[in-house]
Design a protein around this ligand. Structure first.
Ligand code: SAH
Length: 384
């Protein structure tokens, strides 16, 4: 699964591979926010482009898209139509010309080239748009059609393998966020580009990303997605239930389901952090705001652009307008009966999977010593 492909969604949008099946983001969850034709480069192991490399234009088959979902326009359509996402970037760029005027910009993972086009319109001196999927060919055409060939150079290739015609850039812009913020691990690519090409006084956009946690009541959906396996047409398929429990569900959560406060787990400063900072263990304390049952914890992220004239950004939280990233639901083994004011506390460990660094392993330790529930448990999840 890549970040934009759903692993089962309340919308039941199924999931043809060629379809943008992403089941994948304002500051309404503000309580916690306070806080040319360039060179052709051989594409080898772009997250997924190897197999698609031999296939040109309309000759693609589903197998090619399986290996290179970003080559299909569907995923880009979905991202572009995510107005919270795309408008946020557009507003950041157009309302903060001073960040771009006469600057050299690097667009990491340019896709259709949309961010590069915004930057060119905002007066950038030159934009280097790097894209490893077949969409790079479209980006070249789009740049030309819109009359920006002099300003934007699309480079087809992996950021980690291409050569830039300039030694340093003033701005790095990227939309790298995956489900649960870190899934797909494109952050490493942005950090690589930053360390290699960003000038000392350069800026990374966005420069802050934070992960947040809350707890929800979700009896009905847990029954449908998890307990379902107990009795399938009279057969016990509960062995699958264990797997289903381990896979975080990317889906939209209704704000009414929220039982506790929302807690900030981790803030990352993209301009300073190292790759290792994306693996961490952090404590949490969720305090119930009403008497209810807790079936799952829900993670989401916020992104901010602190270098703007005014702080800008967006949230993918359940109280904000929904985005294609939705939220990430982690079902609990236990149904926790929690009383208003009681605390569900624990730690969350997030790490890249050792075998496949694009996958994420999450370990949740939680406990409550309440009036109606006394539980202490460790659960492991894998996003893949
Ligand atoms: N900037 C575009 C696309 C964002 S999606 C937009 O905002 O609409 C991320 C893009 O990064 C995808 O098109 C993917 O193919 C590309 N990508 C991911 N890893 C990359 C890498 N290592 N080198 C070059 N491109 C990469």
């Amino acid at each position: 699964m890549d970040r934009r492909k759903g692993s089962g969604s309340r919308d039941a949008n199924g999931g043809g591979l060629a379809e943008a099946t992403a089941s994948r983001l304002r500051f309404e969850d503000a309580d916690e926010v306070a806080e040319e034709v360039g060179m052709e480069v051989e594409v080898e192991d772009c997250p997924a482009a190897a197999a698609a490399e031999e296939v040109i234009g309309n000759d693609k088959t589903s197998a090619d898209y399986y290996f290179d979902s970003y080559s299909h326009f569907g995923i880009h359509e979905e991202m572009l139509k995510d107005v919270v996402r795309t408008r946020s970037y557009q507003n950041v760029i157009t309302q903060n010309n001073f960040l771009f005027k006469d600057k050299i910009v690097l667009d990491v993972g340019a896709g259709t080239g949309i961010l590069s086009l915004f930057c060119a319109k905002a007066g950038a001196k030159h934009v280097y748009a790097i894209e490893c999927s077949q969409m790079a060919d479209m980006a070249k055409e789009i740049v030309k059609t819109n009359g920006f060939s002099e300003v934007i150079t699309v480079i087809k290739g992996k950021v980690e393998e291409i050569e830039l015609p300039v030694p340093k850039v003033d701005v790095i812009i990227s939309e790298w966020m995956g489900y649960f913020l870190l899934f797909e691990n494109m952050l490493d690519t942005v950090l690589f580009a930053r360390d290699k090409w960003l000038a000392d006084d350069g800026v990374v956009l966005p420069d802050k990303a934070s992960l947040h946690l809350t707890a929800i009541e979700d009896a009905e959906y847990k029954e449908d997605k998890i307990e379902f396996w107990n009795n399938v047409y009279g057969f016990d398929m509960s062995c699958i239930k264990k797997q289903a429990m381990m896979e975080p569900l990317v889906d939209t959560v209704d704000a009414n389901q929220i039982v506790t406060n929302c807690q900030l787990l981790k803030t990352m400063d993209i301009s300073k952090m190292s790759s290792g900072d994306a693996s961490f263990t952090v404590p949490f304390k969720l305090v119930a705001e009403r008497n209810d049952f807790i079936h799952a914890l829900v993670a989401y992220f916020n992104v901010s652009f602190t270098k703007c004239h005014k702080l800008m950004g967006f949230s993918t939280g359940p109280r904000s307008k929904s985005t294609h990233w939705k939220q990430t639901v982690l079902y609990l083994e236990d149904v926790v009966t929690i009383c208003e004011g009681e605390t569900l506390s624990g730690t969350m460990t997030v790490a890249n999977n050792k075998k496949n660094p694009r996958d994420i392993d999450i370990t949740l330790k939680y406990s409550i010593n309440g009036q109606r529930s006394k539980v202490s448990r460790t659960q492991h999840y894998k996003m893949r």
